[in-house]
Design a protein around this ligand. Structure first.
Ligand SMILES: *[C@@H]1O[C@H](CO)[C@@H](O)[C@H](O)[C@H]1NC(C)=O
Ligand SMILES: [Zn+2]
Length: 328
């Protein structure tokens, strides 16, 4: 019943969005690959350096499978390379283009259902940046004693980067701070959605969560990279980076490789077209600069920093450049 409705809706939507220039993933396949030994692992690491292959996670840990998106033109070559090293794989998505189109149609459908809802957002669809921003304003208006907004900078495309600070309204100054952000990687849509859910729970479900605000104020930046986030909605679903041009034919820097701490040492690329491009300099991006300055403004108060990503089902803790754990 529902799927029939959706099919009709998809048909209608197709007519109206036919002019939008979405990147087509028609015929792209997703491979699930697991290295069985160190030499296979090494092969995967080499393949991950080839920007023709989009590794959803970097093959860092032997025994964990990794998923790779591969365009039709290079599938035979990719498979032949794996086959020649006896690396086994499973194709878990035969046509990623269809997946992306279905996701877009479902998102449009669920967003249209939300129109009558009280607030700008719901949790049944991935929200566009404007709705996320409007939701922050709604909360600030509805809960002025517990919510404040702050503009911490502007993106390359001049979108405002805004944090929401949530307190319990007891008026005690300079509490310790929990800093949470999401969406530094544009395509990881569930991350901003997760941050929004935290915001919604702390603000609108305060009674149930008051204990989380007793000793801490929360500072949350739900979308670190709104330019990239919007681009992943309107053009290229798998866009990861910021949007500032680097050369005439490649744009964007991996914000999560752009911090001035062991910059460019590991898991980063100096090739401007790569998805893990580290930037021309550390902190080359207005977005990472703004996040850095926010952190510096909280030094002494911030006791915990959590940055939300997908994909991979990992809980990662510092450091990024080494397996060693920090002393504290
Ligand atoms: C690689 O091996 C698989 C499984 O045996 C086979 O289906 C596929 O056609 C091979 N691909 C190439 C390009 O040799
Ligand atoms: Zn990420």
């Amino acid at each position: 019943m529902f799927s029939k409705e959706l099919t009709i809706l998809v048909a209608i939507c197709c007519c109206s969005v036919v002019l939008a220039e979405y990147t087509s993933y028609e015929g792209h396949k997703v491979y699930d690959i697991k290295a069985e030994n160190p030499s296979q692992q090494q092969l995967l690491q080499q393949l991950a350096n080839n920007k023709a292959y989009d590794f959803f996670t970097l093959p860092r840990v032997l025994g964990l499978s990794t998923r790779v998106l591969v365009a039709p033109a290079v599938q035979a070559e990719f498979e032949a390379t794996l086959n020649s090293s006896q690396v086994t794989y499973e194709i878990i998505n035969e046509n990623f283009g269809e997946t992306v189109n279905t996701e877009r149609a479902e998102n449009n459908f669920y967003r249209s259902l939300r129109a009558k809802a009280q607030r700008s957002i719901s949790f049944s669809a991935y929200q566009r940046f404007a709705q996320i921003d409007a939701y922050l304003d709604e909360l600030a208006t509805a809960y002025p004693m517990r919510v404040t907004l702050q503009t911490i900078g502007k993106t390359y495309e001049e979108r405002n980067m805004r944090t929401i600070t949530i307190s319990n309204g007891d008026g005690k100054p300079n509490k310790k701070v929990i800093l949470l952000d999401a969406g530094i990687h544009a395509r990881e849509w569930i991350a901003p959605a997760g941050a929004l859910y935290v915001i919604q729970q702390l603000v609108e479900n305060f009674a149930a969560n008051a204990h989380l605000l007793e000793n801490y104020d929360w500072v949350i930046l739900p979308v670190v990279n709104p330019d990239g986030y919007e681009y992943s909605h309107t053009r290229t679903r798998m866009w990861r980076k910021t949007r500032k041009p680097v050369t005439t034919h490649c744009a964007g820097t991996d914000g999560n490789r752009n911090f001035d701490f062991h910059w460019g040492e590991i898991g980063a690329s100096s090739s401007s077209c790569a998805d893990v491009f580290m930037g021309v300099t550390a902190f080359s991006e207005p977005e990472t600069k703004a996040l850095r300055d926010l952190m510096l403004s909280l030094s002494g108060r911030a006791k915990f920093y959590l940055t939300l990503h997908s994909y991979g089902n990992y809980l990662l803790y510092p450091w990024g450049y080494t397996d060693q754990l920090p002393s504290n």
